[in-house]
Design a protein around this ligand. Structure first.
Ligand SMILES: [Zn+2]
Length: 411
């Protein structure tokens, strides 16, 4: 349809700018001719759009494509310095802040432990202090900040920018966007941690060309980002993906989940379940180097310690991970049967033990998913491992910038 007036023309122009910018982000290095072929836009339109992206400093020309027949074509890629982003991950027991360039490369970062039993205001102030330090550093280096993204466990109302409920933090109705935009004067976006991580895998990571995949965030809880038909699936109220609370089996003896229920999948497969499995082995006096490590490091039983023991060949530690991997695999198999995804990606703190969890997950997936579906799915680790949600916080800002390139201030 021909644009009728200048407002329509501006809209079409921005839509095309976004389309081409996103393709360069996804397919770089890429030529103008390739962009025209993929988008179906004519070559002169593509050239004019590329000129504007070059003029706005959002893309660069990079060498030329000399392979094949015909004239060599100049290739385009994203300008990493087009803008910088601040990402914040509010974990259950830590706060992580990073600054990245437009391609998600980390140029500054800080992680601090946080005590979830402390009150909310204290943890938010701790986060703001680190964010302001990041901004001061950025200012010194003359970074142009595009915005701040915040990834948090729990359900998020995207329109209001409010965390509705985080069972693992026991927080309700926190107006994150209001708090952080008032304090930083930046554009602020908030998103559920697993959803954010899924967007990161799609923009920068293991799922770059993938239209159907599920991101599983495993740590204190288990969350999911469902990426279906090329888009994040949010459900009616935006709460979709709370896969950890799908009921596996409710038995009176089972641990109570953070959500208050019994029988939730995550209680069998979260980091606490691994600690519990290891604890049970120690209680029946199985031979393990764990008690020695705990004593040497004056440490409680935790995942890094169990991982250290597993790395040293400790059979009990390896078995604890394997058991949890089987429990994870059951949940994976259910998701695979329902959604028939191309990939399932494991990230979050527990992915640091991925080498022990993944073989068991794959074995259970092969056993419990329907053959035709299970054989084709790829189960793999996140590109960003324990940083998946932190990079996710960055990705939601980049994603917005790619959708609305004209809002990016000219440099
Ligand atoms: Zn639950």
């Amino acid at each position: 349809m021909e644009p009728r007036n200048t407002a329509d023309q501006a809209f079409v122009r921005e839509t095309n700018l976004s389309l081409v910018l996103r393709l360069i982000h996804n397919q770089a290095p890429v030529s103008r001719a390739q962009l025209a072929a993929i988008t179906g836009l004519n070559k002169s339109t593509v050239s004019s759009i590329v000129d504007e992206l070059l003029e706005r400093n959002l893309v660069h020309e990079t060498g030329s494509n000399t392979g094949g027949a015909g004239r060599p074509a100049t290739l385009l890629e994203i300008n990493p310095q087009a803008g910088y982003i601040i990402g914040v991950e509010l974990g259950v027991d830590f706060v992580s802040v990073a600054v990245t360039d437009f391609l998600g490369n980390i140029v500054w970062r800080r992680r601090e432990d946080a005590d979830p039993s402390e009150d909310q205001e204290k943890m938010i102030n701790q986060t703001l202090r680190i964010v302001k330090e990041a901004m001061t550093t950025g200012k010194r280096k003359n970074y142009h900040f595009l915005g701040l993204g915040l990834a948090t466990p729990g359900t998020v109302d995207l329109n209001k920018g409010v965390l509705i409920f985080a069972p693992n933090l026991h927080w309700r109705n926190v107006p994150f966007v209001k708090i952080f935009s008032e304090q930083t004067k930046l554009r602020v976006f908030v998103e559920n941690d697993a959803n954010a991580a899924a967007i990161a895998e799609h923009l920068f990571g293991a799922a770059r060309q993938c239209h159907d995949f599920i991101f599983v965030f495993a740590g204190v809880g288990i969350g999911g980002g469902l990426f279906l038909n090329g888009k994040l699936y949010r459900g009616k109220n935006g709460y979709a993906g709370e896969i950890g609370h799908s009921p596996i089996m409710a038995e009176p003896s089972q641990n109570v989940c953070h959500c208050g229920n019994r029988g939730c999948w995550e209680t069998y497969a979260n980091q606490y379940s691994i600690i519990q499995r290891m604890q049970a082995r120690l209680e029946v006096k199985r031979t393990s180097i764990i008690p020695k490590l705990m004593m040497e490091q004056n440490s409680t039983l935790n995942i890094p310690l169990i991982k250290q023991a597993a790395d040293a060949g400790d059979a009990e530690a390896i078995d604890s991970f394997t058991e949890a991997g089987h429990a994870m695999g059951q949940g994976f198999a259910g998701l695979i049967n329902i959604f028939n995804p191309e990939k399932v990606i494991l990230g979050g703190p527990l992915s640091t033990a991925g080498e022990y969890l993944l073989p068991a997950i794959k074995e259970t997936v092969a056993r419990h998913s329907l053959q035709e579906i299970g054989q084709q799915v790829e189960v793999q680790l996140s590109t960003f491992g324990p940083d998946a949600s932190l990079i996710g916080a960055i990705a939601i800002v980049v994603d917005d910038a790619l959708s609305h390139p004209v809002t990016i201030e000219r440099r």
